[in-house]
Structures are given as structure tokens and as C-alpha cells.
Design a binder for this molecule. Structure first.
Ligand SMILES: Nc1nc2c(ncn2[C@@H]2O[C@H](COP(=O)(O)OP(=O)(O)OP(=O)(O)O)[C@@H](O)[C@H]2O)c(=O)[nH]1
Length: 785
């Protein structure tokens, strides 16, 4: 059969029909589908609820404003150094397990023993240096300085432990790094309800301690001694896409987290003298600013040194060279952990070592060297200085209650109460953090919705994580809870729940995953707040803290004995002194006259001194009203010290006491009587304060000047009961004009107007009679002869 070739249909490119089609197509492009639907069915898109409209508007505005930050100069180089991830937590919480799981998640390699920092390539543009932080305070201080991100592990089965708060307090000094909580041991809960309650309680406590909305991850249990792959994968993705806001201190100082150390000292020198100066080379990524050759450096725990040479080494854990769209291939997933013996090629100062592994690769040597001994001696110290300090007690007065560390205010750094609990299974002593608010502890009164919310967002997150692709990383960083929900198709329900939640539960969008922005915003605030403490002082702050504690530890006993001595000396006048001290403290603060009087009067209301016996009883009352020594500011301390020296003031004080007793009887007649005559009282308080302020001259020159002052005092005339007119007398004036008596001792001054006195120095000038051989006229005559 013959088949006839049919001509294909050709689209019209010109003419009226083609133009019509083009026009329609353009219109379709301009109006989106939704826009089209809005046009077709305006009623369905009309505002249904003004309240909901307002809420959604607020939410979008909130999200927008949260993104606004004070701009910071981003000095990170094109290929930034690895991000320092510090894994921190109390003992046996699962730190090593988590690090192992994370490394396996990123590199598919399993490290049996982890020592020191481990650097891994976690993404196309990101490397991580993961390091475990023990519970030793020095490690905490050192790592808080360099951390970009802190994974704070919390044993949910036990609750918060003191180590967590110690680390948080240290972070406050160094400018807060990003902090993410990780709950472990969640499998120890048998009942689901109890698990939910605990999760919620811990979450809220964590938010209180870090910032509202801080990310908290749940590791729900272990499979074959490791955390669940899915949960670790999610955590890993979160770390990989996380955005960091540079911390001022970190970006303005060069610093190195050394991951390898070689001792290059000649072994013969060490043999001859064990304490000889060593030559050491340290390896690590340089972070922050540029490090110059020969610059001064500080090695924490060792001291200050000058760098003899800095050199650039090839990157042992380099990022993949070409930027492809796909994720990393197996070859690119590098791991570098020289202290753990992993890393393939090692670049030494003058050699290159290739790690061959093998059966005898990393056998632990039994040889005990001097360094080993030193480390052993450090390890075998059972209690730290802080522990010793906290157990010591101070008794200021012979019959007063001893003050413990718990009575001393921590300079604004709040710490929860500590309770020691013994683990029945292991016999380990754990330091549980106890919070005062019972509501927080029980935390079960709220509705269950919130818990459900958590669970939902958890599940969503995990499923989203599994479907994640490396190419989406950047967008993922911006991903909000809303978007997670879209994937699951339950966006609308979730949003409604969130909106309802926002009214009950603060903060408003706490459950949303957009805390990437939130946290950076909060961090910004924290950073600003800590800005003042940053800068040069920030590192020193940590170190100083140790030094101070050491010094305090050493000097404590000596200080105490001298304090006791002084106190015994003035024991007799104790009650008087205390009353005066109470006055001083209320006066010297920045309080209004009313407050001053309220605080002054209160102790007196509670004590009605009429006889000496009663007085001694009231001592206790007054003493209790006194501030604790630690709470008294510097100036106040100075005042009370002066009190001890100035025994002469006691008489004044006695008079004052009498005056007050008189006042007291009138004041008891009405509760508000003390408010009367406030201006007079204020004036008197001012005078008292004037008298109490330390006289510097008296302190420096002692009693001699005191006498003079008293004389001066007689010459003063009081004006309006407030001011004194200073009338410098003639003697004073004379003193001012007189010769500097410290240099020349003038016993009987000459009267220079008298002729004889003037003649006495005539010889010093040309007018005087010269010696014969030096007289000019005579010498000339002799010359002529
Ligand atoms: N049941 C359970 N056991 C856990 C969990 N996390 C850790 N463990 C176990 O707790 C023990 C201690 O874990 P590690 O990872 O060694 O803890 P660590 O914090 O590194 O301990 P130190 O380095 O000694 O402070 C191990 O036996 C883990 O198997 C968890 O979530 N559930």
C-alpha cells in the first residue's frame, strides 16, 4: 500500500491568530494561578476573620524584623577554617558516643578511640572540628573561648547537672557562642506520658537558661551502642546548614586550636637537663585575624611566649576542589584527627609521615615518661581549688554563723543550688542542679497540646531530614517550621495550632525551626550585651578567674586570722558598730531619703533598747539586718573598716543613739509617723553621711593633721545647719607662704631689712671686699710694675 506523507501541523507564528494566542499566554504568566482563582471566586478569598488576618500580619512582620541585625563586618576568608563544635556535658552523659556517631554520619568511618579535636568535611563548603569538653573548669574556659557551636548534652533521666550551668556561666564571660541542647538517655523512661512531661520541663528550663526558643534535640535511645541514625543525621544536617554570627572577640584576635603537637627539642638536651627550654611546634587552623611572625602568643595553662616562626602548611582536611551540584562523594568525606592517630599523611616540621595503619600501628606504650608523670599528678588531684573553696567556711565574729560559699553572691552570675546524689548502679556522685520554682519542676499543669506540638515537629523534622538533598543546604538554613509543614501537607493545621499556642505559651513561635534566625538574633543581643566584657579583657577574664581563685585560696587563712584579730579588738563596741554599719550601708547606697529612713527605722522598730540586757539580745536582730559581708560594696567595706579604727567616733555614735531613743518613743505612736518631717531627717542623714565619709588626710597623715583639723573646725561657722563657711585663719595663710620646711629647717628667720644682715651676704657678690691677691686693681698695679 502506498502511504501518503502527511504534512505536519505547523504553529502559526504571525497573523491575528498567533497574536491572540501570544496575548493570552502573557496574561496567564502575569496572573498566577492563585491570582486567577481570586479573580474567579472573590468571595472565597475575602477576609473571613479580622483577628486571624491581624495575627498573620503580625507574624510575617515579626519574622521580617527578626532578620534585621546590626551589620557586622564578615572577615571570614573564602575558604573558612573548620567550625569548632564543642560537645559538652556532665560525665557519662554520652559525649564520646555522640562524637563517634557524628563522625560516622559524616565520613562513614568509625573511630574507636577519640583523642583531641577531630576535623571532618561535613559539606561542600563546611568543615567541622569536633572536640569533647570534659568537666574540668580549665578545659571549659579554654573551649568557651574558641567554640563556635556548643552541643550541650543533658541526661534527661537525671535532669540538669551543675556542669551545664558552670559552662553557661563561663560562656557568658566570653561572648555567647551558639548553644544547642541535646537530651540523651530518653530511653530510660518507661511511660510515654512521663517522657513527654520531662521533655517539656527540660525544654522550658533550657530556654530559661540559654534563650527562649533555643534548639533542643532529642536522642531517643540507642541501637547497638549507638544513637539512632536518623536522629544523628538530622542533627548533622542542622549543624551543616547552621549560620553563625561572628563573635567580636573571636574575629579580632588570631587564635589556633592546636590539633597536633611535636616536641622538636634535641633529645640530648633533654637528657642533660630535663627542665631545659623546649622547642615545640604546634599545628592547627588559624582562626580569627591574621597571625604575624614573631608575635606574642598566650598558651592557656602554660604562659606567654614569642612565636619563632609561622609557616603555611597544605590543608590536611581540604574542602572538595570543584564545586559540583551533587553532594560529597566518599573520597571527599575526609577526617583528620592526628591526636587519635587518624589522618593519613602527617606533615611534620621537617618530615612527612604516611600512616600505614597495620597491626602494630597504635599500640599504647607502657613507658612512663616525665610528661606522663606530670599529667598523672594532675589527674590524681582529687579536688579542685574551687571544690576546696566551696567546702571552706568563714566565721567573721566569734559567735556568728559561719558563712559558706552558698552565702556569697556570685557577682551577678546566678547558679542553681547543688545537690549531691549517688548513682545506685555505678556508685558515682552526681551534682544535680536544683531550681527553686516548684512550678518548673512539676511542669505538668499545662495542656497536652504543647507536647503534641513537639512530637509533630520532631517527626516532621526527621522525615524532612531523610528526604533532604545536599543541594538544598542553603535554602534549608532559612527553612522555617511552616516549610517543614508544607512538605508534610499539614501546614494549615500546624499553623493554627501555633497561633493558638502563641497566646498560651511564650515565646510566641518557640516551636518553629526558624530559630536559626531567632538564635542569631538573640545571639546578636547577647553579643551586644557581652560586648563590653569582650575585647582584650575577655580572655583575661577567664584566666583571671582562675588566678584570683588560687590567690584567694592561698591567702584565705592568713586573711582570716588577721580579720579575727581586728574583730576581737573591737568586740566590746560591737553592738554600736553594727548599728553604725547599718546606718552606713543605708546611707551610702543610691537610695532616696525615704528608703534610707525605711531601712534605718526597720531594725529599730524590731528592737526597743531600754536596758542593757535587752540591748544584748537585740544585737542578734541588728546583726541579721546587716548585709552579708560579700554583699557590701567596696565603699561600704571601707566605711566599716574605718569604724574599727575610729574609736573616737563611738562617742558621737552614743549621742546619736540617745537621740534616736528619744525619737523612737514618739515614732511608735503612729505607724506612718516616720514620714513626718522628712526634710529635716534628710538633712540630718546628709550630715551624718558627711561625718562618716572617710577623711583621707586623717588616713594618710595620722593624728597630727587631725589636731589641725579640729582647730580648723572651730573657725568654721555653720550656715543653715547644712554648710560650713571655711575661714582660713592667719596662721594658715602664713603657713602657705612659708618656706618649704621639708627641705630647709628654718629656726630663726633673718630680717633682711637690717643692714648687718644684708652685709652678711655682701661677700657673695662683686661689691664685697676681695682677697688681696684676687683684687683686680691690685693685680693690675702689680702687672704695671
Ligand atoms: N541507655 C542509654 N545509654 C546511653 C545513652 N547515651 C549514652 N549512653 C551510655 O552511657 C555510657 C557513657 O557514654 P559515653 O559516650 O562514654 O559518655 P561520656 O560523656 O563520653 O563519658 P565521659 O567521657 O566518661 O565523661 C555508655 O555506656 C553509653 O552507652 C542513652 O541515650 N541511653
Amino acid at each position: 500500500m502506498e502511504t501518503k506523507d502527511q504534512k505536519k501541523h505547523r504553529k502559526k507564528n504571525s497573523g491575528p491568530k498567533a497574536e491572540k494566542k501570544k496575548k493570552r499566554h502573557l496574561q496567564n504568566l502575569q496572573l498566577g494561578d492563585e491570582e486567577d482563582a481570586r479573580k474567579r471566586n472573590p468571595k472565597a478569598f475575602a477576609v473571613q476573620s479580622a483577628v486571624r488576618m491581624a495575627r498573620s500580619f503580625h507574624r510575617t512582620q515579626d519574622l521580617k524584623t527578626k532578620k534585621h541585625h546590626i551589620p557586622v563586618v564578615d572577615r571570614t576568608p573564602l575558604e573558612p577554617p573548620p567550625i569548632v563544635v564543642v560537645v559538652m556535658g556532665p560525665p557519662k552523659v554520652g559525649k564520646s558516643t555522640l562524637i563517634q556517631c557524628l563522625i560516622r554520619n559524616f565520613t562513614r568511618q568509625k573511630l574507636t578511640e577519640i583523642r583531641g579535636p577531630v576535623t571532618i568535611v561535613s559539606g561542600k563548603k563546611r568543615r567541622l572540628t569536633i572536640i569533647e569538653c570534659g568537666c574540668d573548669i580549665n578545659t571549659m574556659i579554654d573551649l568557651a573561648k574558641v567554640a563556635d557551636l556548643v552541643l550541650m548534652l543533658i541526661d534527661a533521666g537525671f535532669g540538669f547537672e551543675m556542669e551545664t550551668f558552670e559552662f553557661l556561666n563561663i560562656c557568658q564571660v566570653h561572648g555567647f557562642p551558639k548553644i544547642m541542647g541535646v537530651l540523651t538517655h530518653l530511653d530510660s523512661f518507661k511511660h510515654n506520658k512521663q517522657l513527654k512531661k520531662t521533655k517539656k520541663r527540660l525544654k522550658h528550663r533550657f530556654w530559661t537558661e540559654v534563650y527562649p526558643g533555643a534548639k533542643l534535640f532529642y536522642l531517643s535511645g540507642m541501637v547497638h551502642g549507638e544513637y539512632q541514625n536518623q536522629e544523628i543525621h538530622n542533627l548533622g544536617r542542622f549543624i551543616t546548614v547552621m549560620k553563625f554570627r561572628p563573635l567580636t572577640w573571636q574575629t579580632s584576635h588570631p587564635y589556633i586550636l592546636a590539633d597536633r603537637m611535636e616536641d622538636l627539642t634535641n633529645p640530648e638536651d633533654i637528657r642533660a637537663n630535663v627542665k631545659c627550654d623546649r622547642k615545640v611546634s604546634l599545628y592547627g587552623y588559624l582562626r580569627g585575624a591574621h597571625l604575624k611572625n614573631k608575635s606574642q602568643i598566650h598558651i592557656p595553662g602554660v604562659g606567654d611566649f614569642a612565636v619563632s616562626d609561622v609557616s603555611f602548611l597544605p590543608d590536611p582536611c581540604a574542602l572538595p576542589e570543584q564545586q559540583k551540584k551533587r553532594g560529597l562523594n566518599e573520597k571527599e568525606k575526609l577526617v583528620y584527627a592526628p591526636l587519635s592517630g587518624v589522618g593519613g599523611v602527617l606533615y611534620d616540621k621537617d618530615a612527612v609521615y604516611v600512616d600505614l595503619g597495620g597491626s602494630h600501628g597504635f599500640q599504647a606504650s607502657d613507658k612512663v615518661g616525665p610528661t606522663h608523670e606530670l599529667v598523672q599528678s594532675l589527674i590524681s588531684t582529687h579536688s579542685t581549688i574551687d571544690a576546696k573553696m566551696s567546702s571552706s567556711r568563714v566565721t567573721l565574729f566569734s559567735d556568728s554563723k559561719p558563712l559558706g560559699s552558698e552565702d556569697i553572691d556570685n557577682q551577678g552570675l546566678w547558679m542553681p543550688k547543688e545537690e549531691k546524689q549517688v548513682d545506685m548502679k555505678t556508685g558515682r556522685v552526681r551534682r544535680k542542679a536544683i531550681f527553686g520554682d516548684k512550678e518548673d519542676e512539676s511542669g505538668d499543669s499545662d495542656d497536652e497540646n504543647d507536647d503534641e506540638d513537639d512530637e509533630i515537629s520532631e517527626g516532621d523534622r526527621s522525615e524532612n531530614g531523610s528526604s533532604g538533598d545536599e543541594t538544598e543546604e542553603e535554602e534549608d538554613a532559612e527553612m522555617t517550621d511552616k516549610e517543614y509543614m508544607t512538605i508534610e501537607g499539614i501546614k494549615r493545621r500546624k499553623l493554627e495550632e501555633l497561633e493558638e499556642d502563641s497566646e498560651v505559651d511564650l515565646p510566641a513561635f518557640a516551636d518553629s525551626d526558624d530559630d536559626l534566625e531567632r538564635s542569631s538574633g538573640e545571639e546578636g543581643e547577647a553579643e551586644e550585651a557581652s560586648e563590653s566584657s569582650e575585647g582584650e579583657g575577655s580572655t583575661a577574664g577567664g584566666e583571671r578567674a582562675i588566678l584570683e581563685s588560687k590567690a584567694a585560696g592561698e591567702g584565705r587563712e592568713a586573711g582570716l586570722s588577721s580579720a579575727n584579730h581586728q574583730i576581737d579588738h573591737v568586740n566590746l563596741e560591737k553592738s554600736l558598730l553594727m548599728k553604725k554599719a547599718a546606718l552606713t550601708t543605708s546611707d551610702s547606697g543610691h537610695c532616696t531619703p525615704e528608703e534610707a529612713f525605711a531601712s534605718e527605722d526597720e531594725p529599730e522598730e524590731s528592737s526597743s533598747p531600754s536596758s542593757e540586757e535587752e540591748d544584748s539580745e537585740n544585737e542578734e536582730v541588728t546583726w541579721k539586718n546587716l548585709p552579708k559581708p560579700s554583699q557590701v560594696g567596696n565603699s561600704q567595706k571601707l566605711d566599716s573598716e574605718n569604724l574599727i579604727d575610729e574609736t573616737s567616733d563611738i562617742e558621737d555614735l552614743l549621742k546619736e543613739e540617745d537621740y534616736k531613743e528619744e525619737n523612737y518613743s514618739t515614732e511608735t505612736s503612729g505607724a506612718l509617723k516616720w514620714k513626718e518631717d522628712l526634710s529635716r531627717k534628710a538633712a540630718e542623714a546628709f550630715l551624718r553621711q558627711q561625718q562618716v565619709t572617710p577623711n583621707l588626710r586623717k588616713l594618710i597623715y595620722g593624728t597630727v593633721t587631725e589636731d589641725n583639723e579640729e582647730e580648723d573646725g572651730d573657725n568654721r561657722e555653720e550656715l543653715g545647719g547644712l554648710f560650713r563657711v571655711s575661714q582660713p585663719d592667719r596662721e594658715c595663710k602664713h603657713k602657705a607662704d612659708s618656706l618649704d620646711c621639708s627641705r630647709f629647717l628654718v629656726e630663726a628667720p633673718h630680717d633682711w631689712d637690717l643692714e648687718e644682715v644684708m652685709n652678711s651676704i655682701r661677700d657673695c657678690f662683686v661689691t664685697g671686699t676681695w682677697e688681696e691677691d684676687k683684687d683686680a686693681a691690685k693685680v693690675l698695679a702689680e702687672d704695671g710694675e
